[in-house]
Design a protein around this ligand. Structure first.
Ligand code: PNS
Length: 160
C-alpha cells in the first residue's frame, strides 16, 4: 500500500489541485491531502473550511483522505507511514521554490522524496490567489474551481 501526502494551503482548492490529486491516484494507492498553514500567507478560509471544500470536491474519488497538519510537514508524512510528498508544478517559476523545499526535506530525512506532478495544461495559469482576486471583484470563476469553492467564494466576498 503506497501512500502519498499532498500538502498545501488549498486556500481554496482550484481545479488545478483536483487535477493533481487525480493524477497522483494513478501513481499511488492512497493520497492524503494535507491542509497546512504557510507562514508566509494570511489565509482567507479557515483550515476547517478548506478541508470541507476539499472533501466535497474529491467525493467522486476513492482512496483520498483529507487531513490537516501544523508544524513540520516531514513529521506529518512520517506519522502517516508515507515517504512521498506530492507537489504540483505549473511553470519554471515554481521550480526554484519547490526544488529548495524538496531538497531541504530530503536532507532532513533521506527516506523522503518529493514527486512533482504537472497540472493539466488548461490549469497552468491558475493559483488560489488569482482565483480569489477574480472572485473578490465579482469576476467569473466557474470552470476554474470546483462548484463548492465557487459557492463559498461568493459567500465570503459578498459579506465583505
Ligand atoms: O500551497 P502552499 O502555500 O505552497 O503550501 C505550503 C506548505 C503548507 C506545504 C508549506 O508551507 C509547508 O510544508 N509547511 C509546513 C512547515 C514545514 O514543514 N516547513 C519546512 C518545509 S521545507
Amino acid at each position: 500500500m503506497k501512500t502519498a501526502v499532498y500538502p498545501g494551503s488549498f486556500d481554496p482548492a482550484t481545479n488545478g489541485h483536483i487535477d493533481v490529486i487525480e493524477r497522483a491516484l494513478r501513481l499511488f494507492d492512497k493520497v492524503i491531502v494535507a491542509v497546512g498553514d504557510n507562514p508566509g500567507k494570511k489565509p482567507t478560509f479557515t483550515i476547517e473550511e478548506r478541508m470541507g471544500m476539499l472533501k466535497e470536491s474529491t467525493k467522486h474519488l476513492n482512496n483520498v483522505g483529507i487531513d490537516s497538519f501544523s508544524g513540520l510537514l516531514l513529521d506529518f508524512v512520517k506519522g502517516k507511514d508515507s515517504k512521498i510528498i506530492i507537489r504540483g508544478l505549473r511553470a519554471v517559476s515554481d521550480f526554484e521554490f519547490e526544488f529548495q523545499r524538496a531538497l531541504l526535506n530530503r536532507v532532513a530525512d533521506g527516506d523522503i522524496d518529493t514527486v512533482f506532478i504537472m497540472t493539466k495544461e488548461h490549469y497552468v495559469y491558475l493559483n488560489s490567489s488569482i482565483v480569489k482576486e477574480m472572485a473578490m471583484f465579482g469576476g467569473k470563476v466557474s470552470g476554474l474551481v470546483p462548484e463548492i469553492v465557487e459557492k463559498r467564494l461568493k459567500e465570503k466576498f459578498s459579506k465583505t
